[in-house]
Design a protein around this ligand. Structure first.
Ligand code: ZN
Length: 164
């Protein structure tokens, strides 16, 4: 697989944060099988976040790739968990996930609500979860403290839907 050599091998720090994020997601039961992290890579691409569409985000997921605005050591684990949750979603419902942003928008999108659950909220989405989703959404709006990159801003999924 020559594609493997397009990227430098993951550093121990990258492996560690991906493993830690997976451990947090594994406590949620959103999908029948746990997130597969074998192909997941984290890339710092500050130039990407200079582009108009991406300016509002600090992280962006595309398939197995997670793009970060800042170096890994300046990025909160919460953001990695959030993005890895999108990786997980894409592994289980890629098409529905992509299309959902077209008709559900961003903020209340099911996939965003799920990804916010990984942020220290261990409740799962289940029957009658509307109230829980609301609670999680509101909690996620609060600025993170004690982390250098605590901004909750991150990315929508491809295709870019009409979020403001
Ligand atoms: Zn998201």
């Amino acid at each position: 697989m020559p594609r493997r050599h397009l990227l430098p091998p993951p550093t121990p720090a990258e492996r560690a944060v991906v493993a830690a994020a997976k451990a947090r997601l594994d406590r949620l039961s959103l999908y029948p099988t746990p997130v597969d992290i074998r192909r997941v890579r984290i890339l710092q691409t500050p130039w990407l976040f200079e582009l108009p569409w991406f300016r509002r985000f600090d992280g962006y997921e595309a398939g197995p790739l997670v793009f970060l605005r800042r170096p890994l050591e300046q990025t909160s684990e919460d953001l990695i968990v959030h993005e890895l949750c999108h990786v997980w979603q894409s592994q289980h419902r890629f098409l529905r996930m992509a299309l959902s942003y077209l008709w559900e928008g961003y903020r209340d999108n099911r996939h965003e609500v799920e990804a916010r659950l990984g942020r220290g909220d261990r409740r799962t989405l289940g029957g009658g979860a509307g109230r829980q989703q609301t609670a999680a959404r509101h909690a996620s709006r609060e600025p993170s403290v004690g982390r250098s990159s605590g901004s909750p801003r991150e990315r929508p999924v491809w295709p870019p839907r009409g979020a403001r």
